[in-house]
Ligand binder design. Structure first.
Ligand SMILES: Cc1cc2nc3c(=O)[nH]c(=O)nc-3n(C[C@H](O)[C@H](O)[C@H](O)COP(=O)(O)OP(=O)(O)OC[C@H]3O[C@@H](n4cnc5c(N)ncnc54)[C@H](O)[C@@H]3O)c2cc1C
Length: 286
């Protein structure tokens, strides 16, 4: 059982920021990692029990998802299962739907939040890799203002980020993917709690040539991994099986342990992404 802690029910974002200002208060969002995971033994190696939690669930309006100017803005009470629906069009929506159905099981997805997962920084979590691979930005708020951090700069290690204890992660900004983009996702999972390894990919194909690619590796290191060298291998070429295999080999080099696992997963994710490109090159071998 989690240890006893002081509980504050926030009524406004201001209440949350005031509570966090003491630097020893934890945000309670879905509670799946803060409260449930410690009972399952899957949390940080040396879990610090919260002394005081501020519950953001009573606050209205934090569950909004808005798309404007090519960006999907995700609020701190958007639950995982929101992404099972068609919340955003194109390849970003496809990718979210492909990924979300793998997270835990339905009750975890109904309670847990994307921003909670981003803040928790479990090295085998899916959303942090989506955020890093797509070039998302994260907005952090305190009583004195806000700052925006690129997701790639947010993670510093397992369960470790640049978020200061007095900061609320108030929004994630995910870029909407261009036309002619396909998304793919593949994972090796043996239990309902986190995958052993996973890969996600997007491919933008114009006139039969790859003009953009993103490849993310889940549980490939202490922080989410974006396989940029492998992405560069693909750009400027048709998305042929040969190029996909070469990129998968290259991406696997980014991981020091299970290279073969990532080679297979990246190949599967890239092939799925190529086959889901809505326009541009046909799904068959170019
Ligand atoms: C059985 C089980 C299986 C799971 N399987 C998976 C899986 O396969 N893949 C996966 O990715 N996850 C998995 N999870 C974790 C789940 O996705 C959690 O929902 C998620 O990691 C945290 O979200 P939460 O909203 O529950 O956060 P909470 O548990 O409420 O908080 C987690 C941490 O983040 C902090 N926090 C939360 N929100 C904010 C915020 N807005 N600003 C600042 N700090 C914040 C909290 O203070 C706490 O330290 C699993 C959990 C369980 C119990």
């Amino acid at each position: 059982m989690p240890e006893a802690f002081e509980y504050i029910a926030a009524r406004s974002v201001g209440d949350v920021l005031d509570a966090l200002a003491d630097g020893r208060t934890s945000v309670l969002a879905g509670g799946q990692s803060l409260l449930v995971e410690p009972t399952l033994g899957s949390g940080p190696p040396c879990p610090e029990p919260p002394l005081r939690v501020v519950d953001i669930n009573p606050i209205a309006g934090l569950d909004t998802l808005t798309e404007a100017d090519g960006v999907l803005r995700v609020g701190p009470l958007v639950r995982h299962d929101a992404f099972e629906a068609d919340v955003v069009g194109g390849a970003l929506g496809d990718l979210m739907r492909l990924v979300v159905c793998h997270i835990g099981h339905p009750p975890v997805r109904a309670r847990g939040t994307m921003l909670g997962s981003l803040a928790y920084a479990h090295p085998a979590a899916e959303w942090p890799v989506v955020a890093v691979a797509l070039g998302a930005h994260l907005v952090l708020a305190t009583t004195t203002g806000r700052r925006t951090v690129p997701a790639v700069s947010f993670y510093t290690g397992p369960f470790s980020t640049v978020r200061r204890p007095d900061e609320l992660l108030i929004e994630a900004w995910l870029p909407v993917l261009p036309e002619s983009t396909g998304a793919g996702y593949a994972e090796d999972r043996r239990t309902t709690i986190y995958p052993q390894a996973a890969a996600l990919a997007t491919l933008t194909v114009v006139d039969g040539v790859v003009t953009g690619a993103a490849i993310g590796l889940v549980n490939a290191g202490p922080c989410p991994v974006r396989a940029r060298t492998a992405e560069r291998e693909l750009v400027g070429h048709p998305p042929s099986d040969t190029m996909i295999n070469a990129a998968a080999d290259c991406a696997a080099e980014a991981d020091g342990r299970g290279q073969q696992a990532f080679r297979v997963l990246v190949r599967r994710a890239l092939t799925q992404a190529r086959n889901r490109v809505r326009t541009g090159v046909p799904a068959a071998e170019a």
